[in-house]
Design a protein around this ligand. Structure first.
Ligand SMILES: *[C@@H]1O[C@H](CO)[C@@H](O)[C@H](O)[C@H]1NC(C)=O
Ligand SMILES: *[C@@H]1O[C@H](CO)[C@@H](O)[C@H](O)[C@H]1NC(C)=O
Ligand SMILES: *[C@@H]1O[C@H](CO)[C@@H](O)[C@H](O)[C@H]1NC(C)=O
Ligand SMILES: *[C@@H]1O[C@H](CO)[C@@H](O)[C@H](O)[C@H]1NC(C)=O
Ligand SMILES: *[C@@H]1O[C@H](CO)[C@@H](O)[C@H](O)[C@H]1NC(C)=O
Ligand SMILES: *[C@@H]1O[C@H](CO)[C@@H](O)[C@H](O)[C@H]1NC(C)=O
Length: 291
């Protein structure tokens, strides 16, 4: 049978392989001359260098166009949301219900407030926000003159909440019918709530239901204002020690001791009638004290 393969010994195969690796007759290494190997290697080295170069260029261009101090995808949100503390959600809206004669019930509210106010601790604020801010004026900062290449932030201290600071009354009024709530407006980078000549933004709370059950509404700090020196906010990286200005509101509940309240931050550039976002510019909550 002519087609039958000639049987080769193991030794012969090894020899063949050896000749493939190094063929001394033709001066070839693995089927190519050393020169050719050098050219091929150089070709691939150059190829990968170019690929790596293009890749780095792309990354660099991307990084260069990103501003590390601003979010890259800021959605269309241009009016800030408003929140209330204690933030105890009920079915739909925030429901601040408590029982003045049940310590566990009102302690729940005071614990929420104490925890929320922790960053506003006077000692802490005086330590990390040392800058002397000028009240009544936007704190525009074009440079990064604060330590570690950051911008300054104005201190807001718990004590500025007066009767609602928890200092004189550690129960925040929850052991009786004068509960305090804290209103906070969300941060928006570079947002200025008014034109300089306008009034400062302030909180205005109105009773939507149960007008007869609210005898008095008091605001802290005075005038319920959010001072302009807390604006604009430059972002977490630029202003790591920034805290939102707060307004505390104390209600004196009488009669049935329950009411539906709306607190709005009033300012030219803060809208509050967005059907799709009920928390834009305002917050509505139920307040109810039982015995
Ligand atoms: C309020 O708490 C007191 C003491 O725990 C309790 O006797 C009373 O029934 C509570 N009131 C209501 C309306 O739940
Ligand atoms: C503020 O912080 C200091 C030091 O950490 C602490 O001693 C003090 O009790 C805190 N004050 C309040 C009101 O929590
Ligand atoms: C802020 O003002 C106080 C007193 O007016 C002064 O002692 C302090 O050095 C000032 N701090 C800065 C950072 O300017
Ligand atoms: C509520 O607590 C404050 C401060 O601890 C106290 O002065 C006040 O008498 C208390 N009120 C009631 C009704 O227990
Ligand atoms: C704020 O001022 C700018 C120009 O200074 C003006 O174009 C803009 O309409 C003003 N906005 C409001 C809300 O008054
Ligand atoms: C607060 O809002 C109510 C209702 O919109 C209004 O009547 C009242 O004048 C406002 N108060 C202030 C100080 O703007």
């Amino acid at each position: 049978m002519a087609t039958m393969k000639e049987k080769r010994s193991c030794g012969q195969r090894c020899e063949d392989f050896g000749r493939f690796v190094w063929n001394s007759d033709e001066g070839k290494f693995m089927g190519r001359t050393p020169e050719k190997w050098v050219y091929i290697s150089l070709y691939y080295v150059a190829f990968y260098v170019v690929i790596a170069g293009l890749f780095s260029l792309a990354i660099w261009t991307l990084m260069y166009t990103l501003d590390p101090y601003a979010p890259d995808y800021q959605d269309r949100l241009n009016s800030p949301g408003v929140m209330v503390w204690p933030n105890t959600y009920g079915e739909e809206i925030v429901e601040i219900n408590y029982n003045t004669s049940d310590k566990a019930s009102w302690m729940k509210m005071t614990n929420i407030l104490n925890e929320f106010l922790e960053p506003y601790n006077d000692t802490k604020q005086l330590e990390c926000n040392k800058y002397n801010c000028t009240k009544g004026k936007y704190f525009i900062q074009d440079t990064f003159s604060a330590p570690h290449h950051t911008k300054w932030a104005c201190p807001f201290m718990q004590s500025m909440l007066g009767a609602c600071s928890g200092f004189d009354d550690p129960t925040f009024g929850y052991n009786c019918s004068m509960p305090c709530v804290v209103i906070k407006m969300n941060r928006i980078i570079n947002f200025l709530p008014t034109n300089n000549t306008d009034h400062v933004p302030y909180v205005n709370c109105t009773v939507l239901e149960g007008q007869n059950n609210v005898d008095k509404i008091e605001y802290f700090p005075e005038c319920a204002a959010m001072d302009l020196s807390y604006f604009p906010y430059y972002g977490k990286l630029a202003q790591p020690t920034y805290v939102n200005p707060l307004v505390a509101v104390r209600f004196r509940l009488v009669g049935e001791k329950q009411a539906k309240i709306q607190c709005r931050v009033v300012s030219k550039k803060i809208s509050y009638e967005n059907f799709y976002d009920p928390y834009e510019g305002k917050v509505i909550f139920q307040l109810k004290a039982v015995k």
